[in-house]
Write a protein that binds this ligand. Sequence first.
Ligand code: NMX
Ligand code: MLT
Length: 471
Amino acid sequence: MAFFRSVAALSKIRSRLAQQSSSLGSIRWLQIQTASDLDLRAQLKDLIPEQQERLKKLKSEHGKVQLGNITVDMVIGGMRGMTGLLWETSLLDPDEGIRFRGLSIPECQKMLPSAIQGGEPLPEGLLWLLLTGKVPSQEQADALSKELHSRSKIPDHVYKAIDALPVTAHPMTQFTTGIMALQVESEFQKAYDKGMPKAKFWEPTYEDSMNLIARVPVVASYVYRRIYKDGKVIPADDSLDYGANFSHMLGFDDPKMLELMRLYVTIHSDHEGGNVSAHTAHLVASALSDPFLSFAAALNGLAGPLHGLANQEVLLWIKSVVGECGENITTDQLKDYVWKTLNSGKVVPGFGHGVLRKTDPRYTCQREFALKHLPDDPLFQLVSKLYEVVPPILTELGKVKNPWPNVDAHSGVLLNYFGLSEARYYTVLFGVSRSIGIGSQLVWDRALGLALERPKSVTMEWLENYCKKAA
Ligand code: NMX
Ligand code: MLT
């Protein structure tokens, strides 16, 4: 805490000097990186007032501009295509895929700091980007890495809460229980109970979000080691970055696996605001529930098979294909298997999307990773074959809006290759990553004073009457 107080003081001196700089001429030493440049909270404090003004202006000048028509189909059909949320950290284009604060995945791979030259982005670099909209320097990402380590201590009762569950409980149930137990230490709840002005809400939210992001890998790896490795916990290694340390605590130290985890955590972090997990967090947080409560709610949505559980389903499905037909399956056999799945009333996991209408760029970058590091892996080759076989079949069905693969179609075979083969655990990895996007946006939700979410619902009778009158 003393460090952060002195950093904040330095930041103030620096901004005062910066204000004087026009009268002093150019002060070159001011450009040298100072402690406040490395302090994410100080950076946010500078950024928030201008973004608050921006939103105020948007509301007063354009508040009544229409964004489209709401149709009955949209009301019945899961609000698809209905613009109804403000989410600053990322934006999804149906054809191009996700952009994090304006940067595509290949741009993030080029521009964000990495652990090795030309390597995969550091998730802490992405966290900085999502929170500030700025690409951090290597020093800023490293400082954030250290800050996350310093926040990662877990109180004992969290382990006890998880241990109260049967070891056979689904990993997502154990993980979410751990997150709920972390909530006991919420700074937001403490500050709210004492009373604080609305303008200050973002500050304890920032503390909670950063603590949450710092602590989720510890909870997640505890769950993994408890279920699959006889409870033999591996302590954190403070010299490692966020993704690498997570992989290390799970028990995987192959340098390629560390790179995979950095990539994995980066690309799963955020997918604009309308997906089930992000939207749930945003909704729950709009009631001023703290980030732990909001994120735990999000995880319960992520645990559904149409959302985050699909990564588990994909690997189990691929393994069932191999189990039934062997690794050297022919294209015709694979087609038959896909039809058998569909005819049994199931979806083909890893294909389709609520918004995307082309191959998910998160799939593409994982495919590139596989081509570089495991081109001969038989399961990767099967995934490649599915890329050819599944889309024409889903198109033939005639109702699927997007026959192309999504992020979940690929992640399992990569993890499996490096030894993380327990498919039931995969959604927990997705959850760890999503804490970064959700945690970042929740800070902005409170900084911008976003409203309680409360859309209007109607009955079928109301719709019928409305449509009769409109006809
Ligand atoms: N396999 C079989 N049927 C499908 C698939 C698929 N992969 N994708 C869509 N459909 C069906 C869908 O079930 C619906 O059928 P019905 O009208 O009988 O209910 C019809 O096609 C129209 O659905 P769409 O409008 O194309 O898709 P929607 O936006 O409703 O749902 C998903 C999107 C992602 C839920 C859907 O594509 C799906 O179930 N995919 C498989 C599960 C999956 O991979 N989920 C992960 C998504 C990414 N994530 O991480 O969250
Ligand atoms: C996600 O990453 O949240 C999924 O792709 C689902 C979505 O965007 O709706």
